[in-house]
Design a protein around this ligand. Structure first.
Ligand SMILES: [Zn+2]
Length: 76
């Protein structure tokens, strides 16, 4: 996985696909919501089912990436 490829990836929990991901050993970490996605056999597994939530976060809906989307929805 090279840097150019990594730079194109976005957090799958961000409906607007704006939050970038940073590599950390065998994980990709979202720059906005801090959730972690595993890298398996060199490939990032960017699916919500595989997410590791940050400490103190119990539900995906509490993450900043998701909350930003919900706020926008409520405004309409
Ligand atoms: Zn995120």
């Amino acid at each position: 996985m090279d840097d150019t490829f990594l730079a194109q990836l976005r957090c799958p929990l961000d409906p607007k696909r704006e939050a970038t991901l940073a590599r950390e050993d065998q994980h990709l970490v979202c720059s906005r919501c801090n959730c972690r996605f595993p890298i398996k056999q060199g490939l990032p597994v960017l699916v919500p089912d595989e997410v590791e939530l940050p400490p103190q976060t119990r539900e995906v809906s509490q993450l900043p990436c998701q909350r930003a989307a919900n706020r926008e929805k409520n405004r309409k």
